[in-house]
Write a protein that binds this ligand. Structure first.
Ligand code: COA
Length: 279
C-alpha cells in the first residue's frame, strides 16, 4: 500500500497513473533534496521518466487550430506545454494563448476559450493574479503588457463577442480590480434603440490602479496615470484632450484631481533613500 497526499494506492503503477491524470508537478518532487520521501527515492522505476514532464496546461481541446504557446525569456517558443497554475480549455477553434514560461501566476487560473480568442500575456518579472471565470466569448481578446504586476483582477469577457481588454506595459494593479467592457444586459430607449453598446478598455502604459477599482465600457486610461482606491472609472472619466497623461483619477465616477504627475513602484521611504541626490 502506498500513501501519497492523503490517498492510498495499491500499486506504484496506480500512483503513477494518478500523477499523470492530476498533472502533478513531478519534477519538483524529484529535485526536492530535503524531502525524505521523494518519488525518486521511493520509486526507482520513475527514474526512467526523467522527462516525465508530459503534463500540459491544456486540459481540454475540443476544436481545431488551437495554440498554447510558451516562450522562453528571449521570446523563443518552447516545446514545454505546462505552466504552473494555468489550466486551459479549448471548447472551439482558432484560439491562441501565449505566456512566458517564467510567468508567476498567483493562484490557479482557468482560461476557457470558445473560438477566435487571443490571450497574450507578455514577459513580466512580477506576479499576476487574475480570473476570467466563464468561457471567453467568441473573438474576445485579453492582452497584458510587459513587466506588469496584478494582485488580482477580473476580466469580464464572457458577456458579448469581439471585445478586447488591453493592459499596457509596466502597470501595477492592486487587489480586486474589475474590467467590465459590457453591461451584460440591454438598455433601450422609448423606440427600442439600444443605448448601451459595449466598448473595449485600454489601460495605458505605466498606470497604477489602486484596490477595488472598476473600469466600465469604453474606459481609456492615459499612460503614467493613477486610479485611486475604490474608484469607478467610466468612459466619461476619459480625458478630453487626447494626449493627456500622468493624471490622478479618483471617485465614482472617477475624475481628474491632479495632472502632470508620475509615480514609482518604490514606497516613499525607499524612493527618497535611493534618490537622495536628485530630490
Ligand atoms: C490616488 C491616491 C494615490 C492619491 O493620493 P494623493 O495624490 O496624495 O491625493 P490627496 O490625498 O492629496 O487627495 C486629493 C483629493 O482627492 C481625494 N481623494 C484621494 N483619493 C481618493 C479616492 N480614492 N477616492 C475619492 N477621493 C479621493 C482627497 O479626499 C482629496 O480631496 P480634497 O482635495 O477635497 O481634500 C490615493 O488617494 C490612493 O487612492 N491611495 C491608495 C492606493 C492603493 O490602492 N494602493 C494599494 C497598493 S497598489
Amino acid at each position: 500500500m502506498i500513501f501519497f497526499k492523503k490517498y492510498k494506492y495499491n500499486t506504484e503503477q496506480e500512483l503513477v497513473r494518478q500523477i499523470q491524470i492530476l498533472n502533478y508537478p513531478i519534477l519538483e518532487y524529484y529535485t526536492k533534496k530535503d524531502s525524505p520521501h521523494t518519488y525518486y527515492s521511493l520509486f526507482p522505476s520513475l527514474r526512467k521518466h526523467k522527462r516525465f514532464d508530459n503534463r500540459s496546461s491544456v486540459i481540454e481541446n475540443n476544436g481545431k487550430n488551437n495554440k498554447f504557446i510558451l516562450l522562453d525569456d528571449n521570446g523563443n517558443q518552447l516545446s514545454q506545454k505546462y505552466l504552473k497554475n494555468l489550466k486551459i480549455k479549448f471548447l472551439g477553434d482558432n484560439n491562441t494563448v501565449i505566456f512566458y514560461a517564467a510567468t508567476k501566476l498567483l493562484s490557479e487560473t482557468i482560461l476557457t476559450c470558445t473560438s477566435n480568442n487571443l490571450v497574450n500575456v507578455k514577459k513580466t518579472k512580477y506576479h499576476l493574479g487574475f480570473s476570467t471565470f466563464n468561457p471567453l466569448s467568441e473573438g474576445s481578446e485579453l492582452i497584458i503588457g510587459e513587466n506588469t504586476s496584478i494582485e488580482h483582477a477580473t476580466f469580464i469577457l464572457w458577456d458579448e463577442p469581439n471585445l478586447k481588454i488591453e493592459i499596457g506595459d509596466n502597470c501595477m494593479l492592486s487587489h480586486n480590480v474589475v474590467f467590465r467592457p459590457s453591461d451584460g444586459h440591454t438598455i433601450l430607449d422609448s423606440v427600442g434603440n439600444i443605448l448601451n453598446f459595449p466598448k473595449n478598455i485600454y489601460l495605458g502604459n505605466h498606470c497604477w490602479v489602486g484596490s477595488n477599482v472598476t473600469f466600465l465600457k469604453g474606459s481609456l486610461i492615459p499612460k503614467n496615470s493613477i486610479i485611486g482606491i475604490n474608484s469607478l472609472y467610466t468612459a466619461s472619466s476619459n480625458p478630453v484632450e487626447e494626449y493627456t497623461d500622468g493624471a490622478i483619477f479618483v471617485g465614482s465616477p472617477a475624475k481628474i484631481i491632479k495632472t502632470g504627475i508620475n509615480w514609482d513602484r518604490d514606497n516613499t521611504y525607499n524612493y527618497k533613500k535611493q534618490n537622495i541626490n536628485t530630490i
